[in-house]
Structure formats: C-alpha cells, structure tokens
Design a protein. Structure first.
Length: 342
C-alpha cells in the first residue's frame, strides 16, 4: 500500500512540474497567449549618403541589435519615403522605379533604383542630366509582423546628393593619355608571386576610343585590344559609390571614388590573344576628371576581368570576386586616362 501511495505522489508531483513548466513557456510566449514574442530587428540603409548622377541604387539591410545581418524567415515589404527635407523635385529632377521592395525570405537586404530625369525639350541628346546641388532625403517604413518588431538602425534615413554625371563628357573620340597601373607598378606590388607581366597593357599613344550613343568603337595596338573589341554596344548602369568597403581606390590614394558603370558587350574577359571567354559582358568604370590646366580627361577603370595572360595565378589565389565587377581591388584593375583627340 505504501508503494502504491508513493507512486501516486510521484505522478502528482511530475504532473505539477509539467504544468508549471508549461505555464512558464506560456508566460514567455507573449504573456501566456501562446504566440512567440516578435524578434527585434533594425532596418538601415547600407550608407548614410549616396551620389546621384544618372542613376544609383539604395540598399536597405535588416540587422540584429549587434548590427549583424538577420536572415528573414518570411518576405518583408519595405517602403521608401521621400522626406520633407528634400530639395529636389520628384517627377522633375528624379524618379524612383518602385517605392516598395521586398526582402525575400532567406535574404537580409533589398534595393531601390533611383534615376535622374530631365524634360526632353531641354535635352537634345536624350540623356538624363541631373541638376547638381539638390538633395533627396529618404526614410523607410516597415510594418511589424508576428515574427518581427522593426526599429530604425544606424541609418534609418539616407541623403542622396545630386551631382553632375560622372561622365557628363563622354561622347566623341578619345586617345590614350596615361596608363596609371603600369607594369612596373604591378611588379612592385606582386613581385615574383605572379607571372606574365610582359602581357600587361602599356602606353600606346595611338590607342583610340570612340564613344557614340550606346556604342564603343576602338582602334588599339596595345594589349587592351585583347579585351576591347573593335565595336561593342553598351548601356549605362548605376554609379558605383565611394563606399569605404567596396569603393574603388586610385593607385595614388586611399580614398574611394565614385564611378559611372557601363555594361559593355563583346569583350574578352580573359584578356588573351589566344583564348576567348564565353562570358563576353563586362562592367567598366568611368569618370571625368580635370587637370590643373583645365583639360577634361576620361578616367577608365577595367575592373571586371579574369586575365589568363598577365597574372594568371590570381585565379588560383582566389583574388577574383564571385560577382561582377570581379577585379575592382587595387592591384587587380587596369586604370588609364584618355584625352580628347586633336
């Protein structure tokens, strides 16, 4: 009888403990309602400030309290808001392709595309020409869900500074002015770690680039002919911002620069006279710069290639990125300036 009594008491205590445990879980799940407490998530622009020439992309990220990326467990809709501090006029100076974007399940970011616009009657070339000096201030809105409670992070607002296009002076004929990433520069940087320096592009005064509307023609004698075709089509992409982490840095500066990207067809990404790449599309960075004498130059960055002629070892070293542009870091890209043909 005592054994039976003790057995019943043990069962009762076990049941009480389970009930207590369930009550504690219930209290932890949103005050006993049975629903999980939403996770606190911060939303933030990837940058505090952007530049707008012809177009640019604004990236929004979802982060935890330690500013680390949070992978969304559901699709999350983000709404872009134009702040009252904006001095540019929407529909006159700029437009947004869509003011809503989705952070897809399994991701932690989304992007908005911003473009400059201009009345056709004021633009004979049909090219968007931004109005410098104006600013656009954007905010964000995300509705809370059962899974997440959203709050502003480091950059809940972003300022877009409208500037003249990085390549407002592009169309026409240009000839080689200077090669900045010389063979000697690369040798000093990499030494005997890599080979093929003799295949590196060098200065050739007669190298010529002719930019037309959506088309690039070249007349080249240097190794650049192993990359650029005699004739290629191109379209303007977004500007690559002067981001401290992913911005392109000139060979003589630690400060990143903004570049206008073009998507160029019919290129040989292998930079080879004997092998042709299957992928013939590349991103090329451009900007106008001015000399002390007031001469406008075209600064060209070939930052999207996988060379199999000069420095072929870089592929084995894992130096090429997985996404285009693949060779944007110093010591990987080719940089030269062009001047107007006389």
């Amino acid at each position: 009888m005592k054994k039976f009594f003790y057995s019943m008491m043990a069962c009762a205590l076990a049941f009480a403990n389970v009930a207590c445990s369930d009550d504690e879980v219930s209290e932890a799940t949103n005050g006993g309602t049975g629903e999980a407490t939403p996770v606190a998530v911060m939303y933030s622009f990837a940058q505090k400030a952007y530049l707008l020439g012809q177009s640019t992309e604004l990236t929004v990220e979802l982060l935890d309290k330690n500013a680390k990326a949070i992978v969304a467990e559901e699709d999350i809709t983000v709404t872009l808001l134009v702040d009252e501090a904006t001095t540019a006029v929407e529909g006159v100076n700029f437009e947004v392709e869509s003011k809503t974007a989705t952070v897809a399940k399994g991701s932690n970011k989304c992007t908005f595309v911003l473009k400059s616009i201009v009345p056709v009657e004021d633009n004979e070339e049909g090219e968007a020409k931004p109005e410098p000096g104006k600013t656009i201030v954007f905010g964000l809105q995300i509705e809370d869900s059962k899974l997440y409670e959203f709050n502003g992070g480091a950059f809940p607002k972003a300022t877009v500074n409208v500037v003249g296009s990085m390549v407002s002076n592009l169309y026409g004929t240009w000839v080689m002015n200077e090669v900045l990433t010389t063979k000697e520069f690369m040798e000093d940087m990499w030494g005997d770690m890599v080979s093929g320096y003799e295949y590196f592009p060098v200065f050739e005064a007669n190298d010529k680039f002719i930019f037309e509307d959506g088309k690039l023609k070249t007349e080249l004698t240097s190794a650049l002919k192993n990359y650029f075709s005699p004739e290629s089509e191109f379209v303007f992409g977004p500007e690559r911002p002067a981001d401290k982490n992913t911005g392109v840095r000139p060979v003589d500066s630690m400060d990143p620069i903004a570049l206008q990207m073009i998507e160029l067809q019919n290129v040989n990404r292998y930079f080879s006279a004997t092998e042709m790449s299957e992928d013939k599309v590349a991103l090329v960075g451009l900007r106008n710069i001015m000399t002390d004498d007031g001469e406008v130059l075209l600064d060209v960055y070939v930052l999207d290639h996988e060379s199999r002629s000069f420095m072929p070892e870089m592929a084995d070293f894992g130096m090429y990125g997985d996404e285009k542009p693949t060779a944007w870091q110093t010591g990987m890209y080719i940089n030269f300036t062009l001047k107007r043909a006389e």
